[in-house]
Design a protein around this ligand. Structure first.
Ligand code: NDP
Ligand code: MG
Length: 396
């Protein structure tokens, strides 16, 4: 394996920290060109001191000044940049081989697109990129020789058990369906009558995975699985009717592929994102990730059940948006980002998240899926609508 030069976008987040943990185990294999955080300047400073990247990117001039001061005190020569254009620049730089896209939300789209336009190897954690602009992103990657590798654990599992020469044609390989597993989150067995009083602290407490706040709330509402259906649709060129979701509370089977001879192939492991990250970074080799061996003696049972749309209306909304196509997934995503933020800051109830998303999907919107500019305009318009509706809900 030749030494890879990496940019890590979202290095201060949950995926970013796990990525750097894997990278630190293989100093002979990886070199860091740029690290990008947003507002966690202290953590980014520590990362710069440890990994000595050429560039570090933060949100704005204030964060940049603070970071530059900290780095100077530590004699660290990393150059500090800030703003959205700097994210695009460090994702496109000629020196860079691979880009870990681990910014949260649609904010990660322009830099991921820049990596695609510049033919990079893209380690894609930011599922919102595929939800908002799946067709455009995959076309751009293909047209520019970029490779898209799925970091999301379910998609990584599917990727691992698809035939090696799979090129986006299910029928050619005798594949009947792709089955995404879902933990069901913390409210799988909660009394439905108690859903209105779910607090942010309860919602971010995932039973199996330790993740950022936004994706934790998405897991609790199962919007995360909805976003992942759309992600799988684009990554594997899989029609909606060949995508299944199954609830598997132990999060040991990370997803499966069903073949027409009756075989179902799965990938298993402890729930730790360093496994899919190491799989992607190491390809075509397997490299150590730091994840402990799966202990079958300690697994009491692996159970499976079908999801209940009454309990998880967000999953149903995502299925519908996927089937509608066009800008519907972009609207779904923007409305959800606003609703989750409004829930986390105490403005609306957990059950209002689905209401905000449904409301935005019911409004008239043009098909803006043809260009990144029109998708971003659609995203912005939906955010305004969602914010206004959330404000109405909060006033009762
Ligand atoms: P976190 O919230 O932990 O981290 C988000 C990262 O993005 C941080 O580095 C943050 O910077 C940065 N960031 C936030 N807003 C912006 C912005 N506007 N511009 C630039 N950077 C920004 O999220 P996760 O690591 O959990 O998730 C990242 C992505 O990976 C998401 O799309 C998620 O769906 C996906 N994913 C995550 C999994 C997980 O296990 N965590 C599993 C599968 C997918 P700072 O903190 O410095 O402000
Ligand atoms: Mg996932």
């Amino acid at each position: 394996m030749t030494r890879q030069v990496l940019t890590i976008l979202g290095s201060t987040g949950s995926i970013g920290v796990s990525t750097l943990d894997v990278v630190s185990r293989h100093p002979d294999k990886f070199e860091i060109f740029a690290l990008a955080g947003h507002r966690q300047v202290g953590r980014l400073a520590e990362q710069c001191i440890q990994f000595a990247p050429k560039f570090a990117v933060v949100a704005d001039a204030g964060c940049a000044a603070e970071l530059a001061g900290r780095l100077q005190n530590a004699n660290c020569r990393t150059e500090v940049l800030y703003g959205a254009q700097a994210l695009i620049d460090v994702a496109s730089a000629a020196e860079v081989d691979g880009v870990m896209c681990a910014i949260v939300g649609a904010a990660g789209l322009p830099s991921a697109m820049a990596a695609a336009q510049n033919g990079k190897t893209i380690y894609l954690a930011n599922k919102e990129t595929l939800v908002v602009s799946g067709a455009l992103f995959m076309e751009t990657a293909a047209a520019n020789g970029a490779t898209v590798l799925p970091v999301d654990s379910e998609h990584n599992a599917v990727f691992q058990v698809l035939p090696r020469d799979y090129a986006g044609n299910l029928d050619a390989h005798g594949i009947q369906s792709i089955i995404l597993t879902a933990s069901g989150g913390p409210f799988l067995n909660t009394d439905l009558a108690a859903f209105d009083s779910i607090t942010p602290a309860q919602a971010v407490k995932h039973p199996n995975w330790s993740m950022g706040q936004k994706i934790s709330v998405d897991s609790a509402s199962m919007m995360n699985k909805g976003l992942e259906l759309i992600e799988a649709h684009w990554l594997f060129n899989c029609p909606p009717e060949k995508l299944e979701v199954v609830i598997h509370p132990q999060s040991v089977v990370h997803s499966m592929v069903r073949y027409l001879d009756g075989s179902v192939l799965s990938q298993m492991g402890n729930p730790d994102m360093r496994t899919p990250i190491a799989y992607c970074l190491g390809l075509p080799e397997r490299i150590a990730s730091g994840v402990g061996a799966l202990d079958f003696g300690k697994l009491s049972a692996l159970t499976f059940q079908t999801p209940d749309f009454k309990r998880f209306p967000c999953l149903q909304l995502a299925y519908e948006a996927m089937r509608s196509g066009g800008s519907a997934p972009c609207v779904l995503n923007a409305a959800n980002e606003i609703a989750v933020a409004a829930f986390l800051n105490g403005q609306i109830k957990f059950t209002d998240i689905a209401k905000v998303v449904a409301y935005c999907l019911e409004q008239d919107f043009a098909d803006g899926s043809g260009s990144i500019e029109s998708l971003l305009a659609q995203d912005a318009e939906t955010r305004t609508r969602a914010q206004a509706f959330a404000a109405r809900l909060s006033q009762g």
